[in-house]
Design a protein around this ligand. Structure first.
Ligand code: XIL
Length: 324
């Protein structure tokens, strides 16, 4: 009888899930499924800077600690997400009034505080998230770039490495497989970091994808670029939209099968990479009705995840197992 547990079936990499602290109550349905299925967790939002340092100098660790403590108590890996992301900069930092040098010191203080607190407890971090823009592959003109310069990414990785010599450091972004201009820019950025001996261990492809895109060839092309650079590869935020054009009002069997096949393709490409490049595939939530996609695209007719709203496994879950 083959196992249906994602983590038991995935013997060479972690299977992660984005969680919220409130889901981790002992005895909850989430808790039961996480313990059975997942070998890694990330905070969906509670380890971002707007939550941890909402006002200057005032740290609120309660939710982040709850997630890390749960993982340790249950032998689950933690992938930290995310230290520097323009979308989750707290207002005080996003509208910074001090000098550029003071801004940089604030970022360094933050990275140092987080990595020091979770040293030995959080195995890896997305150090910088989504630094490249979608239109022309240039650096996004975020507050970080404006205040710290074009080498803000390198600086953040250095700050992280100084705070923790052992933690794995990732660059994370979306549309890596589908947007070729952006893909080139991301790997150019990584080449620059590596050429300057900046400590980067891995790259995360968010994998917010669609039932009919990317193709296997597109996934492989992007994956090969990570492998060639000796990076650990994380499929970091997997979800598969089945209704991007809003042409269905119920989750049809046809779309459920297409979603299953896409998940199978994603997992099988990942499973075929060399062992030393493997890290984790993380799904961005458990149940369809929890998914951020519903708000992001203002579409309640979406079913992007591996479990339905009744905590039942979907065909997509079977697709994950079949990709192994
Ligand atoms: C999203 C979360 O799912 C939401 O709950 C939160 O409000 C905003 O962020 N790329 C990322 C993630 O790197 O952090 C985002 O998560 C989804 C897009």
């Amino acid at each position: 009888e083959p196992t249906t547990s994602l983590k038991e079936a995935s013997t060479t990499f972690f299977v992660g899930m984005a969680v919220k602290a409130e889901q981790l109550t002992n005895g909850s349905k989430y808790d039961e499924i996480i313990k059975n299925e997942f070998s890694s967790i990330s905070a969906e939002y509670e380890m971002k800077m707007n939550i941890i340092e909402p006002t200057k100098g005032n740290y609120n660790w309660s939710k982040a600690d709850a997630i890390v403590d749960y993982a340790i108590a249950n032998g689950i890996n933690v992938h930290g997400h995310a230290l520097v992301w323009h979308e989750s900069a707290p207002d005080w930092l996003a509208n910074y009034t001090g000098t550029d040098a003071e801004f940089e010191q604030e970022v360094k203080n933050y990275i140092t505080a987080v990595l020091t607190r979770y040293k030995g407890k959080v195995a890896s971090w997305d150090v910088v998230n989504e630094a490249i823009n979608d239109s022309n592959g240039a650096l996004r003109n975020s507050i970080y770039r404006q205040k710290m310069g074009d080498n803000f990414v390198a600086k953040c990785f250095q700050f992280a490495r100084e705070a923790d010599p052992d933690v794995l450091l990732f660059y994370n972004d979306y549309a890596v497989t589908t947007n070729k201009t952006k893909q080139t820019a991301i790997f150019n950025l990584i080449d620059d970091l590596q050429a300057n001996n900046t400590p980067i261990d891995g790259v995360g492809f968010q994998m917010h994808i669609k039932y009919n895109s990317p193709s296997v060839d597109e996934i492989k092309t992007a994956v090969d670029k990570a492998v060639e650079r000796d990076l650990k590869l994380h499929f970091s935020e997997l979800d598969v939209r089945v209704n991007p054009n809003k042409d269905i009002t119920t989750f049809t069997t046809e779309r459920a099968i297409a979603q299953k096949n896409k998940v199978k393709e994603v997992v099988s490409v990942y499973n075929a990479i060399p062992l030393e490049n493997k890290y984790a595939i993380t799904v961005w939530g458990m149940k369809d009705d929890d998914s951020w996609i519903i708000n992001q695209y203002n579409n309640t007719n979406e079913w992007p995840l591996l479990y339905d709203s009744n905590f039942e496994i979907k065909k997509a879950h079977t697709g994950f197992l079949q990709g192994l």
